[in-house]
Design a protein around this ligand. Structure first.
Ligand code: UD1
Ligand code: UDP
Length: 368
């Protein structure tokens, strides 16, 4: 039997990116950790490419669960993670974010003698239609260490009656990751030349959320709105398309407007460089709203709500939903506004603070 102090479970692109600074911090402190991959994402360009580029070790355990219905996928992951936790006996399991992999880790750890740490706790869209909202709420309520990125997210947890002792405001590890990689991206990436776009002369689009792309009319409206805005601003749009969105586009036989150029999902450094140099970002992604705000690039969010209200409060983001004219007007307003807002997600030491908290609370006794 192997024994680890910390187990880290992840399964999707954003978890790999946002847990990379935590994994690095475990290595810096010489902590004995075990990495569990659920296999929720498995396509090379959503998975392995990030392990390579972020120089992460191969997972110690791989569940290879793959794509399934929510219940089957989550259930298989719970059983698989439980087996590993029983074998490895870590003091704490860390999960990050709001995916089905996170909920599975939370349920498995909460039934065993394993403390649960939730990185990026306390985010709320207050939209119970979103599968991610269920995952966030349930994970926070069984979590022992809730690492909230901001005071706003800590307040949401307190409002739900969660004991203050479980809440630790650390900033978001996305800032750690952007801080480490933005210069490298600017130095190394040739993505602008490769795609034939110039700094400040294009817009970037990501849209993959189930509620936007799984409904034909909504997805079509979203594309129409983005193209209308791009036409008024005389910008081409680069759309690295998530496989979920690509399969819906094909299934619905939707025409993509000429202004919008579909490309493969991008590697992290290339994507960061596209974000940094875009005139404007259209997105329904959580991580992309944060990164746009950190990089000082205006963002238009193709949703009615956001669990990142801090980005809207500082003036970096505007919620426009999927109505074409609202997308158009929001995009024009954002390109006319100033970009001197302060990043609300911390100073880039979230992963250090997370490990220091575990150490101070003496749960993880061997952490230096
Ligand atoms: C999941 C998360 C979402 C997160 C996103 C990050 C849940 C409920 N959703 O959504 O919160 O924003 O990851 O990108 O956990 N597919 C592939 N290759 C892969 C993975 C998926 O082709 O490696 C395709 C399959 O057709 C699959 C579909 O994408 O059915 C959806 O995958 P799934 O993991 O269920 O959800 P995501 O949309 O990726
Ligand atoms: N990302 C990337 N390549 C892409 C699109 C996104 O590297 O083509 C990164 C992006 O920098 C961010 C993360 O993936 O860190 C966001 O993941 P996603 O939008 O899939 O999930 P969400 O944040 O909405 O859960």
């Amino acid at each position: 039997m192997t024994e680890a102090t910390v187990a880290i479970a992840l399964g999707t692109r954003p978890e790999i990116i946002k847990l990379s600074p935590v994994i690095r911090e475990c290595e810096r402190r010489d902590i004995n950790y075990e990495l569990i991959h659920t296999g929720q994402h498995y396509s090379d360009n959503l998975d392995q490419v990030f392990f390579d580029q972020l120089e992460l070790p191969d997972p110690d355990h791989h569940l290879q669960v793959g794509s399934k219905s929510h219940g089957k996928q989550t259930g298989e992951m719970i059983a698989g993670i439980e087996d590993i936790l029983l074998d490895v006996e870590p003091e704490v399991l860390l999960v990050q974010g709001d995916t089905n992999s996170v909920l599975a880790g939370a349920i498995a750890a909460s039934k065993l003698d394993v403390a649960l740490g939730h990185v990026e706790a306390g985010l709320r869209s207050f939209d119970r239609e979103m599968p991610e909202e269920t995952n966030r709420v349930l994970t926070d309520h069984v979590g022992d260490y809730l690492f909230a990125p901001t005071e706003t997210s800590a307040d949401y947890l307190r409002d739900e009656g969660i004991d203050d002792k479980r809440i630790h405001v650390t900033g978001n590890t996305v800032v750690d990751a952007v801080g480490r990689h933005r210069e490298l991206a600017a130095e190394k990436s040739s993505v602008l030349d490769d795609l034939g776009v110039a700094v400040g002369e294009f817009a970037l689009l990501t849209a993959h959320r189930a509620e936007n792309v799984d409904e034909r009319d909504r997805f079509a409206e979203l594309l129409t709105g983005v193209a209308r805005a791009a036409s008024s601003l005389d910008l081409d749009v680069v759309y690295p398309i998530h496989p979920r969105a690509e399969s819906r586009l094909n299934e619905f036989d939707l025409d993509v407007p000429d202004r919008i150029h579909l490309v493969e999902p991008q590697e992290y450094l290339d994507f960061l460089e596209l974000e940094r140099t875009a005139r404007l970002i259209f997105t329904d992604s959580g991580g992309v709203q944060e990164e746009a705000c950190i990089l000082g690039v205006p963002c238009v969010t193709l949703r009615e709500n956001t669990e990142r209200p801090e980005t809207v409060d500082v003036g970096a983001n505007r919620l426009v939903g999927t109505d074409p004219q609202t997308i158009h007007d929001g995009a024009l307003a954002m390109t006319n506004s100033t970009t001197d807002w302060e990043n609300p997600f911390g100073d880039g030491t979230a992963s250090e603070q997370i490990m220091a908290t575990l150490r101070q609370t003496h749960s993880v006794r061997t952490i230096q």
